[in-house]
Design a protein around this ligand. Structure first.
Ligand code: ADP
Ligand code: MG
Length: 351
């Protein structure tokens, strides 16, 4: 049995079913992300695991123990929220030690544990400060320390980085993951940011309308999306309309280019339109070995990002995004230039 086992979890608010038959087995020490757009039910799942929200049906087990109907303080779970939820009138040390004081732990033990936690989050010596004297990133690290101080069995993080500046967000990602690894604590991380989910997680659960649409390792989710929603929500996706020539052999046409998809297109009639999709990184500007399908287009946008350049090329009315690396000696082509794109047929997804 998995360490954290969520079975057939359901939640309705009145007639509104916001979590539908949610199932997830998490191994001890695993880092799992719930990824999905705002309102898809991520927080509600997390709050049910924490015990802040009752379940409409289903079961939650931690380490073999059924906790479905236990109060939050009986579950031994640590939680960090999006907005800094530190107690403003307590010092950093008092915040971190809060749970242990509630649990009536001896003073000396609290003191040494608090010091250990401040060390862990890289803020030794700041125990005497108040939250308002800290940056947003430091406050979230203190919130993490407070959640971890009581040695919870499970750590729940609800969009803990979303209120922070971009640079801090990226560095804190790595810090959180490092601390999580070091402690080996089983973690559920909620985010609507696909890059965050892909870069941090052992596995990602993509949620849509209260349903877990796909669960898998980041590589799997990104490269083998099981639904159109997952394909579009996780990463940038180019879509192209193609006209079917022969559904049995997978011959289609995009603009002037005939493409052999080498797979059957069930249910597609000759002359009908299907939707092809491809990631930016499988498209090259100009001809490249191994990328034998050539699409002709016109450069519509150039976004110079520094180390990379994102371009959008108009192919038969569809805008195809692709990235190239910056080359200091060669300026990028100009908007309006006729360009060729090359790609490999096997990289085309049929949606
Ligand atoms: P997410 O965290 O993915 O943005 P939530 O879990 O917060 O989504 O919300 C999922 C849905 O449940 C939303 O439609 C939201 O309005 C609804 N919801 C959440 N909490 C409550 C509540 N206490 N009462 C009524 N509806 C709620
Ligand atoms: Mg939420």
């Amino acid at each position: 049995m998995a360490f954290l086992d969520i079975e057939h979890l359901e939640k309705s608010f009145g007639t509104n079913r916001v979590v539908k038959d949610f199932n997830l087995e998490i191994e001890q020490g695993e880092f799992i992300s719930l990824l999905g757009p705002s309102g898809c039910g991520k927080t509600t799942v997390l709050r049910m695991v924490a015990g802040f929200e009752s379940t409409s049906s289903g079961a939650i087990r931690i380490d073999g123990q059924d906790v479905t109907n236990l109060r939050p303080n009986q579950r031994n779970i640590g939680m960090v929220f999006q907005a800094y939820a530190l107690f403003p009138n307590l010092t950093v040390a008092e915040n971190v030690g809060f749970g242990m004081r509630v649990g009536k732990k001896p003073k000396a033990q609290i003191k040494s544990r608090v010091e250990e936690m401040l060390q862990l989050i890289g803020l030794p010596g700041l125990g005497g400060r108040y939250p308002f004297q800290l940056s947003g990133g430091q406050q979230q690290r203190v919130a993490l320390a407070r959640a971890l101080a009581v040695q919870p069995r499970v750590l729940l993080l609800d969009e803990p980085l979303s209120a922070l500046d971009a640079k801090i967000r990226v560095s804190l990602r790595e810090e959180i993951r490092e601390i999580q690894r070091e402690l080996g604590i089983t973690t559920i991380f909620v985010t609507h940011d696909q890059e965050e989910a892909l870069s941090m997680s052992d596995r990602v659960v993509v949620m849509n309308g209260g349903v877990a649409e796909q669960t898998g390792e980041p590589f799997e989710i990104y490269n083998h999306p099981k639904s159109r929603f997952v394909a579009q929500f996780v990463g940038t996706l180019n879509t192209l309309d193609a006209t079917v020539i022969d559904a049995k052999t997978g011959q289609v046409r995009v603009g002037e280019t005939q493409i052999g998809l080498n797979r059957e297109l069930p249910g597609a009639l000759a002359g009908s339109t299907i939707n092809l999709a491809l990631r930016p990184e499988v498209v090259s500007l100009g001809r490249k070995p191994g990328r034998d399908t050539i699409l002709k287009g016109r450069l519509a946008e150039v976004h110079f990002l520094g180390s990379t350049i994102r371009m959008r090329v108009d192919v038969d009315g569809a805008l195809i995004s692709l990235d190239t690396f910056n080359t200091p000696d060669t300026p990028p082509p100009r908007i309006g230039d006729a360009v060729e794109l090359s790609l490999a047929e096997r990289d085309l997804l049929v949606l």
